[in-house]
Ligand binder design. Sequence first.
Ligand code: SF4
Length: 189
Amino acid sequence: MKVVLHICCGVCAAGAAERLQAEGHEVIGFFSNPNIYPEEEYQKRLAVARETSRLLDFPLHEGSCRPEVWREKIRGWEDAPEGGERCEICFRIRLEETFSFMKERGADAFTSTLTISPHKSAEAIFRIGREIGGEKFLVRDFKKRDGYKRSLEIARERDLYRQDYCGCVFSKEKTQGREQVARSKEKNR
Ligand code: SF4
């Protein structure tokens, strides 16, 4: 099957794409992440996703959803805990764009690297994927069968950049501390 794989970062993409290819699918990568803050981090993750796509020999496309659209959609949920409502909206925005891209490309199915993370609920991602695309959403929990471990192995072997926060400004603040993020915002003005 021709499967559009939503890619959140190159490291997660390595484990997920390798598994889909081993199942005999043709993978088309789709980097849709308007949540990633700041722009410099977005470019870094995109560059690693490109490296992974070269390494595993699949094409990679970039989404066009803008950060201001993402920000508007999560309005009111800025302080929600990680794994809560803000994250579900964030999954939905990215999976909706992936589903539209799948239809444009005439592919057979879509899925996401998001399930490879031990910090994300695969059940929530499956539910949202099914609500968006019905049977076209390919249910795969990429962390199973040591998928997460495998993506870390590939990252180590290839010396791929691994981020230490999920992606949005709120997750960055939580991991790195509000003061440090405020200082880097100041520096980037
Ligand atoms: S913590 Fe991650 S999944 Fe949740 S809103 Fe932020 S970037 Fe999206």
